[in-house]
Design a protein around this ligand. Structure first.
Ligand SMILES: [Zn+2]
Length: 177
């Protein structure tokens, strides 16, 4: 699953897992957008389902810049920021989905945002939280002080291995086997 792929025409290597991940998010969100548009004919609903289904991942940028001060697409795509051992992912939170779902009972325009986020988190949970089902609860991560190696050691080690294979780890960032 974690085979490194060279992107043809670019000086870029990413893991097969990332390609599967991004494609799943894109196509499920597209399907939800299509369904919402055919029901409501409202472009705002399409935009909001994309905000929930795709832009939720912008919190990776926050984690990236908390650890690294220079932008590098290669580092970003490999999740170099996890070398800091911290993983906040503030938008990846079932608590947030619940709050938006309850709010959508009053503000119906929040329904596509809620559905988009829910689909995204279901996919992320199936792909990345099989060993730690509570991973996408922000209270659970907070309880572990947002330390990735504490709340999901299995995935932390796996991603550190990917970083090492991509040649992105400095000596002092290496993990013991
Ligand atoms: Zn995600």
């Amino acid at each position: 699953m974690d085979k490194i792929i060279h992107i043809p025409g670019f000086n870029l290597k990413i893991t097969r897992r990332l390609i599967v991940d991004l494609s799943l998010h894109f196509f499920t969100t597209l399907l939800a957008a299509y369904l919402f548009y055919s029901i409501t004919n409202n472009i705002i609903w399409v935009i909001l389902v994309f905000v929930g289904g795709i832009l939720i991942d912008t919190d990776h940028f926050i984690d990236y810049f908390l650890h690294l001060d220079k932008w590098d697409i290669h580092s970003f795509l490999h999740g170099h920021f996890i070398a800091s051992r911290k993983l906040y992912l503030i938008f990846h939170a079932w608590e947030l989905v619940l709050i938006i779902a309850i709010s959508s009972l009053i503000f119906s325009f929040l329904i596509p945002l809620w559905v988009g986020m829910m689909i995204h988190l279901i996919i992320d949970s199936l792909m990345h939280a099989r060993t730690t089902p509570l991973k996408y609860f922000i209270l659970f991560r907070w309880k572990h002080n947002f330390c990735f190696d504490k709340f999901d050691y299995y995935f932390y080690k796996k991603q550190m291995k990917n970083l090492r294979n991509a040649g992105l780890l400095k000596e002092d960032e290496k993990v013991e086997e």
